[in-house]
Design a protein around this ligand. Structure first.
Ligand code: ADP
Length: 625
């Protein structure tokens, strides 16, 4: 026909092509999820139309009953999902079904490994949406017309999912969208009444619009109750329904860890249904990524990603808020100015924190959650002063008490083990767990049995800076100059200094360009020396980070602490040759810097010194012969 002649072929965006390939390969064992994705899209399209109809009621005039119809044709091997929702124009179709608009897509795709199981999980976090149709179909046809547009502005999109699609203008009487899947020969079960009927219950019970199943000559059957899930009472909703609804909302493949469903009555009336996911989305660390709750007002969908209801650090929470008081025409801007918003935000934040508190008592689930989201909760300690104490209870650390690098100790665990009268919570910040554990700074504390928290996340310097204390106990940097050396014996620092005055003076002379001063250490047991920064100096981690951002830093030199009981220091003390003394003193400092994970300013010079020292005794031996 004439229409076909006007069809234009277009290539998919590269990312779509990659996604299609990966998806078909790796989602094979989850193939039935295509139905959830397409029913979700249909439901979203109905939500959007109802929203637009608030200001343009005519849009609904000739076809006021919003709904979704599934039609099966066993003989033809097709299943179609039709909605009379918002629909798409010619341009919409090209944009929506030819590209992926999400930011970070290319980066996400590059993380795919080729291992189907792993990739399936990753793709699950990304959300496959419409394209999942190609898991079971070898050809997909979409016909659509934008609500409010005349019949001749219909559009047909068609593709075999291989690299390109075709679009053409058609005439379409009905508003909304029909997606028809021509099933692959092996997937024809999805055109069978019994198979689809057993699936669709799951995928449609929580949908707020009627879903009708049509197959063969049977009477059309309604397959859901068509009431929005969150409007039902808690006791009427099964766990499976809550889980399914979460998947519909989030496009996550995995079950949520926990949810909380509440109706608030009184001055402000609203219902919230909040979920804690089990895995972080691929774009958790992209601060511009969409986040927030789905907002409804009196069951009418208003907007996705309403980020005003929760603070940034709870951006991983998924869910719905349905308000009875907000105006139906509320926009993002109006929402921002709404007098009730602040109160709702703090109530919802508290609700999430209560869920987290509950979850933190679950020894099976919390470790996994902490691994995924722990660093985000640390942002909360920094940003949310009002809830700092609640958040502090949720923190987990690795420490000298635990066997491995696992972050599994709470501050309460720490205090439970602390010695009577210990008023400090010691921590050490380092590049990684091995460096922290081997750090000379904590030798004395360790040998005295005093626990030290080992902090290795990028955010930790800010975390301890914000937290400062917990349950009246001060957080103390174990590498700081002012750490009281518990168990150091009864000789005072001054007496020590006096006893070794000569040696200290001599080292100071040789290292005066590199250190602030040299002192006798009371914190070292096994190591010959360590460097510490004064109470006001920046930690090495903070320094490295600031340097990386190109900030000019005030010149500051470390304090070198030496372990006068160590044989290397004794060796230094006994050295009469001035040049060799200088070499040894420098190496002592270099090693102290390396041990804390710092970079040497001049590695070449260090290597030359070490090489000289290694060769020396050999030279001496040869000359002896
Ligand atoms: P997502 O739903 O995550 O945005 P999809 O790939 O599922 O991603 O869909 C892409 C876009 O195509 C949707 O955002 C929507 O704009 C449009 N779309 C998909 N299905 C429909 C539909 N049934 N009616 C109207 N628009 C749709």
């Amino acid at each position: 026909m004439a229409e076909a002649a006007q069809a234009e072929n277009r290539p998919f965006q590269t990312e779509v092509r990659q996604l299609l390939k990966l998806m078909i390969h790796s989602l094979y064992s989850n193939k039935e999820i295509f139905l959830r994705e397409l029913v979700s899209n249909a439901s979203d399209a109905l939500d959007k139309l109802r929203f637009e109809a608030l200001s343009a009621p005519d849009l609904l005039k000739d076809d006021p009953e919003l709904g979704i119809t599934l039609t099966l044709d066993e003989d033809a091997g097709t299943i179609s999902i039709a909605d009379n929702g918002i629909g798409m124009s010619y341009e919409d179709v090209i944009d929506n079904l030819g590209t992926i608009a999400k930011s970070g897509t290319a980066e996400f795709l590059s993380r795919m490994s080729g291992d189907a199981k792993k990739d399936a999980r990753l793709i699950g976090q990304f959300g496959v949406g419409f394209y999942s149709a190609f898991i079971v179909a070898d050809e997909v046809t979409v016909e659509s017309r934008r609500a409010g547009a005349p019949p001749e502005e219909g559009v047909r999109w068609q593709s075999r999912g291989e690299g390109e699609f075709s679009v053409e203008a058609i005439s379409r009487e009905q508003r909304g969208t029909t997606v028809t899947l021509h099933l692959k020969p092996d997937e024809r079960e999805f055109a069978e009444n019994l198979r689809v009927e057993s699936l669709i219950g799951n995928y449609s019970d929580h949908i707020a619009f009627p879903v009708t199943l049509v197959s063969g000559d049977d009477e059309p059957r309604s397959v859901n109750t068509a009431t929005a899930l969150w409007t039902r009472s808690r006791s009427d909703v099964s766990d499976d329904e809550y889980k399914e609804f979460y998947k519909h909302l989030s496009h996550d493949f995995a079950d949520p860890l926990l949810w909380s469903h509440n109706r608030v009555e009184g001055k402000r009336e609203y219902t919230s249904l909040l979920y804690l996911p089990a895995t972080a989305p691929y774009d958790l660390w992209n601060r511009d990524a969409p986040r927030g709750l789905k907002l409804y007002v009196q069951r009418v969908f208003i907007m996705d990603d309403a980020e005003q209801f929760l603070p940034l650090y709870l951006r991983f929470v998924k869910g719905v808020v349905d308000s009875s008081d907000l105006p139906l025409n509320v926009s993002r801007e109006l929402l921002q100015q709404n007098a009730d918003l602040k109160a709702m935000q703090s109530a919802l934040t508290r609700r999430v924190l209560d869920m987290l508190k509950k979850l933190s008592g679950d020894a099976d689930k919390y470790p996994g959650f902490w691994k995924q989201f722990g660093a985000v909760l640390k942002e909360g300690v920094i940003e949310d002063a009002a809830n700092r104490d609640r958040l502090a209870k949720l923190l987990r650390f690795s420490s000298t008490h635990s066997a491995g690098a696992e972050q599994d100790q709470s501050l309460d665990d720490y205090l439970g083990r602390a010695a009577e009268g210990q008023d400090e919570i010691y921590y050490l910040i380092a590049e990684n767990h091995a460096t922290a554990l081997a750090s000379p700074h904590i030798e004395r504390l360790k040998s005295a049995g005093t626990e030290v928290l080992l902090l290795t996340d990028r955010i930790d310097p800010w975390l301890v800076d914000a937290l400062r204390e917990y349950e009246g106990k001060t957080l103390v940097d174990a590498s700081g100059a002012d750490v009281a050396a518990s168990g150091a014996g009864d000789i005072s620092k001054d007496a020590f200094e006096n006893e070794h005055k000569g040696l200290l003076k001599k080292i100071r002379k040789h290292l005066k360009e590199r250190v602030e001063t040299v002192t006798v250490s009371q914190r070292l047991v096994d190591s010959p020396a360590c460097v510490v920064s004064g109470p006001d100096a920046l930690s090495p981690q903070l320094k490295a980070m600031l340097e990386a951002t190109g900030q000019a830093l005030p010149e500051s030199r470390p304090v070198l602490e030496i372990n006068v009981g160590h044989p290397l220091v004794a060796r230094l003390d006994a050295e009469s040759d001035d040049e060799r003394f200088a070499s040894l003193a420098n190496v002592l400092l270099d090693h102290a810097l390396l041990a804390e994970g710092s970079q040497l300013d001049n590695p070449a010079e260090y290597l030359a010194r070490i090489n000289r020292l290694i060769l020396e005794p050999v030279a001496a031996d040869t000359s002896d012969e």
